[in-house]
Design a protein around this ligand. Structure first.
Ligand code: NAI
Length: 778
């Protein structure tokens, strides 16, 4: 097309980016790749082809890793880790900085290779993926520099296994590798089988940066290789990908002691209020759902638009869709590129074809091949499959709402909780709804904004853990303390056949009331000499369900002011203090010890500590490169189920209850199994301390029997276990169902009397970080 013709028609001329250098790099490597292990590429082995989805051409042949390859990579990472950690944060910072510089230096090559391999428009790989990946390394070079001074009590986890998806191959690599290396870990990363090439180019960059051998290892292959990595001798698995695979990884790592973070799918709402700037909201929607052809975990794929403007907004949207250009991803004027693989295109097509509801609008021209047209499906009912299931393609579904309350209800009507966008010119409307949305990231008047300084990650079935910001670092470090193995504590036995006068039969504590156990059974508690002290009920599955229901119903607690929550916790402390002698005597009798008084004093003190924290755990304002602010706010998890330690029956219970309720959660506590009577006496303290019914629920009974039900309960948001019975495996496996957070002791002891029994770790476990992006200005 000539310039004259372009001016006459106002058509875009072709503006192709040259693939020559990227293709030449592939040729230089012999078009065949092995793995990158211990600082060198292995000889290529049996494998599979990596294709350009836009043309179907083979780009290179990759090697499917064997068990030996995975073992060799993990062994190399293990061997390198000690020295890498000992290099110190400042030493590691230099390498991260060098990697950032090299990414920038080779940005064009990386961007073109990414587009060839993945099919995303060059405009995106050039202007989004590459700058963000480089920024991640720069930012984490800074964290490495500051680690010793700012995180003096933390140490690296060791070797991290990292599995990344195909939608942001290099960017997800950067999100995984940069924090791991900064904190002194070494890594074995597995890229997705469709898109491994930029990871292999990155391996080359590691060599150029002189990164010590074994610090970064890359093995290629499909899900089977991922499974091998998950099962290997690593200390952590960091996974980004589908919820289905994330759930399998949760099950596979249950009880292994491996740390785990999961960044999974989503069905993120995009809410447009009638007072929104509609043209901006349409433009934002283009970024939300057509960035990377909608193959984005946090894509704004569910449009919710206020009824009064729905018609006008849809008209504007359809007009804008008609202008989107779908085609050759290497063309700089292309908006929507290729779908990553024909398999994925078939998946999208099948999901859309299975739908017979609503109205489907497809934007104009779409080339033959592995492309899918931008599509809008409106007028769907909330329960329709396309409103609930992740399509992971350029398909937007839409529905309308009448009031902000209805918007909130519809937005949260999903099993996911990754991201949300809110559009309104009214600050009250926007900031009122943002914290109420079940999402880890909320963009006000924007979408798909990311930055290394801002924590990113989900709630519910979108996974757990954060990447980016200070919060992201905790996932790559652990407390430097060396815990000892847990010693089980046995209850004292007595003669059950001898009839004894029953002086007390305790009950359960559910919904602010004492309740008989559903099964009607109780266990006799004896003192050291075998004399009866009392009876503790044996809770069953039904009692757990009742307790969870009561806890769910007490959701007003999350809305109480932090000041009010503090007052209630101080009051519990005061009332416990008033009955200190009585509690100390029961504890001494039950445990056969003499430190009851000390324990009660420590429990009162702990209550005061968390009353103090209730209104002091603040969030952050992340310094993102934007006019505006990204608020990393702390929100309660919801309903937390917790198994209390065997020893220190009162202090253990208080140490779990107090941080949880201080942060606005409701709890279902399973009291110390051998010594439950301090908990049953504690009901009266709660009753006299203005604790709203349902905020604290206490069960007694067998931890091993209660654990599977509590861990797998779909209305529980987090489960903790510090039980003397090691429940780690059962809890983590049960938690896979709704992907609730879990915090388990892995059979290790904790110093409940000392610093190990309180502090930040408890507050972090009791809260979720929600990042709210608030751009301002015109
Ligand atoms: P996937 O979850 O299977 O793949 C992601 C990564 O996990 C790849 O590296 C893959 O090789 C690896 N993997 C697969 N099975 C594994 C296993 N059993 N153990 C360990 N690693 C394993 O995603 P897939 O099949 O490529 O896409 C399916 C759907 O998942 C998409 O349609 C989309 O809905 C969703 N998805 C979500 C992503 C996100 O960022 N949230 C990214 C990719 C896919």
């Amino acid at each position: 097309m000539s310039v004259k013709e372009i001016f006459e028609t106002m058509e875009y001329g072709p503006a192709p980016e040259s693939a020559a250098e990227a293709l030449a790099w592939l040729v230089d490597q012999g078009d065949r790749f092995g793995h990158f292990i211990d600082g060198a590429f292995t000889a290529p082995g049996d494998g599979f082809e990596s294709r350009n989805p836009a043309t179907g051409e083979v780009l290179a042949t990759l090697t499917q890793a064997t068990q030996d390859d995975v073992d060799a990579a993990v062994a190399a990472a293990r061997a390198a880790q000690g020295k890498w950690a000992r290099l110190g944060g400042k030493g590691r910072a230099r390498y991260l900085y060098a990697l950032a510089r090299l990414l920038q230096k080779h940005a064009r090559l990386f961007a073109v290779l990414e587009t060839l391999d993945n099919g995303k428009p060059i405009r995106e790989s050039r202007d989004i993926d590459l700058p963000l990946a480089a920024r991640h390394f720069y930012h984490h070079a800074g964290f490495a520099q500051l680690m010793e001074s700012e995180l003096p009590d933390r140490e690296p986890l060791g070797v991290c296994g990292q599995i990344v998806p195909w939608n942001f191959p290099l960017l997800m690599l950067a999100w995984k590798i940069a924090p791991a290396l900064a904190m002194g870990n070494t890594v074995v990363l597995k890229p997705a089988e469709w898109t491994s090439l930029t990871a292999l180019l990155f391996a080359d960059i590691c060599r150029q940066a002189g990164l010590p051998k074994g610090v970064v290892n890359i093995v290629t292959g499909d899900g089977a290789v991922g499974e091998m990595l998950v099962a290997s001798d690593v200390d952590k698995i960091a996974f980004t990908g589908s919820t289905e695979v994330g759930r399998r990884i949760r099950e596979a790592t249950a009880g292994s002691g491996k740390a785990l973070t999961l960044e999974l799918g989503g069905k993120s709402p995009y809410i447009v209020f009638e007072d929104a700037d509609l043209d901006s909201a349409v433009e934002g929607l283009v970024d939300a759902i057509w960035l990377n052809g909608g193959q984005v975990c946090c894509a704004g794929s569910r449009l919710l638009v206020q009824e009064g403007i729905a018609g006008r907004f849809h008209d504007k949207l359809r007009a804008r869709m008609d202008k989107l250009r779908v085609g050759d991803p290497l063309d700089k004027c292309i908006d929507v590129g290729a779908i990553v693989d024909p398999v994925q295109k078939a998946r999208i097509t099948a999901m859309v074809e299975a739908n017979d509801e609503g109205e489907t609008y497809r934007a104009g021209a779409c080339p033959e091949g592995c492309f899918y047209p931008p599509t809008l499906i409106s007028g769907l009912s909330p329960a329709s499959a396309l409103m609930q299931d992740e399509i992971f393609g350029p398909v937007l579904v839409s529905a309308s709402f009448r009031t902000p309350a209805e918007a909130e209800q519809m937005a949260n009507n999903t099993r996911y909780g990754l991201a949300a966008s809110v559009w309104s010119e009214n600050i009250n409307v926007a900031l009122d709804i943002a914290p109420k949305l079940a999402a880890g990231v909320i963009w006000i008047n924007g979408s798909n904004m990311f930055d290394a300084a801002a924590p990113f990650g989900g709630l519910r079935e979108s996974g757990f853990g954060r990447e980016g910001g200070w919060e992201g670092l905790s996932a790559y470090t652990r407390a430097a303390a060396k815990p000892k193995p847990l010693k089980p504590v046995a209850a004292f036995a007595g003669d059950e056949t001898e009839p004894q006068p029953v002086d007390r039969t305790a009950k359960l504590y559910i919904g602010g009331k004492q309740a008989r156990p559903d099964g009607g059974y109780a266990r006799t508690i004896y003192d050291k000499r075998g004399k009866l002290i009392g009876q503790a009920p044996i809770a069953s599955r039904k009692d757990i369900r009742n307790a969870v229901e009561a806890a769910r119903g007490a959701d007003g607690w999350a809305g109480a002011t932090a000041h009010n929550r503090a007052q209630v916790i101080y009051y519990i402390g005061e009332n416990l203090s008033a009955r200190a002698e009585e509690f100390a005597a029961t504890i001494d009798r039950m445990t056969g010890g003499r430190s009851g008084a000390k324990e009660v004093a420590a429990a009162v003190d702990r209550l005061f500590t968390y009353a103090a924290w209730a209104d002091k755990l603040d969030g952050r304002v992340a310094p993102v490169p934007m006019r505006g602010a990204a608020l990393a706010m702390r929100a309660p998890c919801g309903v937390i189920g917790a198994f209390c330690p065997d020893e220190l029956p009162l202090l253990g219970l208080v140490s779990l209850m107090a941080p949880a309720i201080a942060m606005g959660n409701r709890v279902v506590l399973a009291a110390s199994e051998p010594f439950p009577l301090a908990a049953t006496d504690f009901y009266q303290v709660l009753d006299t301390s203005d604790v709203p019914g349902g905020v604290v629920n206490i069960l007694t009974g067998s931890h091993a029997e209660l654990a599977p039900t509590l861990a797998s309960h779909m209305d529980v948001d987090a489960v903790w276990s510090f039980s003397g019975t090691d429940l780690s495996a059962v809890i983590e496996r049960g938690a896979a169902g709704n992907l609730k957070r879990s915090w388990v002791n892995n059979g290790l002891a904790r110093d409940w009397m000392g610093a190990g029994g309180e502090g930040r770790a408890f507050l972090d476990a009791a809260t979720e970080v929600k990042t709210v992006w608030i751009p301002w200005g015109a």
